[in-house]
Design a protein around this ligand. Sequence first.
Ligand code: 5GP
Ligand code: ZN
Length: 136
Amino acid sequence: MSDCIFCKIAAGDIPSTTLFEDEKVKVIFDISPATLGHALVIPKAHAANVFEIEDELLAHAHIVAKKVATALKDATGCKGINILQNNGEVAGQSVFHLHIHVIPRYDDDDAHIKWTPGTQDTAGLEKILAKVKETL
Ligand code: 5GP
Ligand code: ZN
């Protein structure tokens, strides 16, 4: 995709600090990090989101995310790590080339990855359960 920023970064057309690279993915630091060490695992082949990406590539990207998380944990001494991936604007996605966030967490850091716990909507769940089961 010629107008995709992460395609350009993955291809090396835009220079970036690279933590790791193989034939399928590139790992870089986020330009506007949530915390120190916030990294992005970017598959080289363009796929907008989880619905478009090929299973094997997604699996590989997640294995790399685990390796990066382990290395970042050692390097930063962080207390924990969030590994997350957004799909769609409403879910917080702003770059529409799938990527996995690896976010080291520190006491009192400024990353806010929490929601207000709700209560189960039994009727709502019942409605979707049959459909989901059918799809799966
Ligand atoms: P999303 O909101 O799509 O899940 O995450 C996009 C992330 O990409 C954001 O955290 C944003 O800071 C980061 N980002 C956007 N443009 C660039 C860029 O040109 N270089 C780097 N390194 N990160 C970027
Ligand atoms: Zn792309």
